[in-house]
Design a protein. Structure first.
Length: 215
């Protein structure tokens, strides 16, 4: 029996995170990096040449790929993801998923209607340490979670605050470990959300205290 054909995957948006996606796809034997699309044509050509693929117009890439990674700025996640889903293309969207909850619900419903997969790039959930912790906690009562993600100030401009850039990882980990709906959320932060403290309480009584900082 012959081996399956490689999955044709494109990358839309090749800033720092998008370049990581392109590099990993180029290294995977089960994937063909179908092309690169970016609003900065020079950057698209540079990254494409680095990984022996083509810089393409986004519409052409969506038409030729079976799946795409979307690593454009958060404000553009929704329209780009919608375009891909409507074309029947599977999507991996960098976190945060979208800027507004309603947009996320709409994309999930649309993906279900079109029969395509949609995944958010919450990489911490697949961190071996987090997976081991999940196994350790299986069947046990989880009382409290305390997580602090203290990043240094970024040299490059980031439009997302500390919650959407950093704390979102720990929110996702807490939700996956507890696997219950939230009963209460409290938060306080500095202007511009450079430093934020949040307290979560779940339906079963478990609590989480999360801190994120770009100070």
């Amino acid at each position: 029996m012959g081996s399956a054909e490689p999955l044709r995957v494109g990358v839309i948006g090749v800033g720092s995170m998008g370049q990581n996606h392109a590099r990993v796809y180029a290294e995977l034997p089960t994937v063909e990096l179908a092309g690169i699309a970016d609003a900065d044509a020079d950057r698209a050509h540079d990254v494409a040449a680095r990984h022996d693929t083509r810089a393409m117009d986004r519409c052409d890439l969506v038409a030729s790929a079976e799946a795409v990674s979307i690593a454009v700025p958060t404000a553009h996640h929704y329209p780009v993801a919608r375009e891909c889903i409507e074309a029947g293309v599977h999507v991996l969207v960098e976190k945060p998923f979208v800027a507004e909850p309603a947009e996320g619900h709409e994309l999930v419903s649309l993906a279900d209607e079109r029969g395509v997969a949609i995944q958010v790039g919450h990489i911490e959930r697949f961190n071996p340490a987090i997976q081991a912790l999940s196994e350790i906690l299986a069947g046990k009562e989880l009382i409290a979670i305390d997580a602090r993600r203290l990043g240094s100030p970024r040299e490059r401009e980031i439009k997302d605050g500390a919650v959407m850039d950093l704390m979102i990882h720990d929110i996702d980990v807490a939700l996956s470990l507890v696997n219950e709906d939230l009963d209460l959320v409290n938060a306080v932060g500095t202007q511009g959300s450079r430093y934020v403290d949040a307290q979560l309480r779940f339906d079963g009584g478990s609590v989480a205290s999360l801190t994120a900082s770009r100070v």
